[in-house]
Design a protein around this ligand. Structure first.
Ligand code: SAH
Length: 226
């Protein structure tokens, strides 16, 4: 069982992506738990303030340290966390290797930033790892956090009904996945490769391996380097 605690000022953004398909089934099978926490509940004063002007006068609001500190301290008093991750465009780039690593852990906090970002002291003192989902800037860390949860949860044994299916995905062995086809075998003259209809498992496996290598060489040669 893996447990995610996601900290956000816009928790609504996380609801749909984490409540359908493989992630939902993994939760229902007790393979994963996801707790979404609203940082506003820890906000300051009557208006539950969670952001403030940045020192130095730069444009944009910054998420305050106190609500984040209070929530993380409460969670840490309840259990031990393996990682406290901040989603950040300047973090390490998410890839399948990181997803595999995280899928072996038990308790993970993910902090979603918003506005101009978060008070840097949170990153200096509370965060253990910073992850980016790509070299572009989004409005908040919620979609990136959902991306991490999805990539990690589908790797947990049992999350995908056919367990070998996750292992044959692109990147899992530094190879892209071979093409897949389904019925009908002939759609208006667009045909499925004959070998897949041959019923010969050895020939099919060989064809898939060749396709995987060929596609990787053509589309993502850097994956083949070592
Ligand atoms: N001023 C910041 C960007 C803030 S964007 C900077 O230039 O680095 C607001 C929030 O969205 C961030 O705090 C982060 O949590 C999230 N975010 C934006 N782009 C992201 C990305 N590519 N990967 C992960 N998180 C991202």
């Amino acid at each position: 069982m893996i447990r995610f605690d996601i900290l956000s000022v816009v928790p609504e953004l996380l609801e749909s992506p984490l409540n359908h398909s493989i992630v939902r089934r993994a939760k229902e099978s007790n393979l994963a738990e996801i707790y979404i926490h609203d940082l506003r509940e820890y906000g300051k004063g009557k208006y539950r303030q969670v952001d403030d002007y940045s020192f130095g006068g730069d444009a944009g609001m910054v998420m305050m340290i106190e609500p984040v500190y209070k929530l993380i301290t409460r969670l840490k008093s309840e259990r031990e966390y393996d990682e406290i991750i901040y989603m950040s465009p300047d973090g390490e780039l998410l890839d399948q290797k990181i997803a595999n690593q995280l899928s072996c852990q038990k308790n993970i906090i993910i902090l979603c930033g918003h506005y101009k970002g978060i008070d840097h002291r949170i990153r200096e003192h509370l965060i253990t790892r910073e992850i980016s989902i790509g070299n572009y800037v989004l409005s908040g860390g919620e979609i990136p956090a959902a991306v991490v949860c999805d990539a990690v949860i589908r790797l947990i044994p049992g999350a995908i009904s056919d367990e070998t299916s996750a292992l044959s995905d692109s990147f899992q062995d530094d190879l892209l996945a071979p093409p897949a086809y389904t019925r009908p075998a002939d759609f208006n003259g667009w045909k499925v490769p004959d070998v897949l209809l041959s019923g010969n498992p050895k020939l099919i496996k060989e064809w898939q391996e060749n396709e995987a290598v060929e596609r990787t060489r053509r589309l993502r040669p850097e994956l083949l380097k070592d």
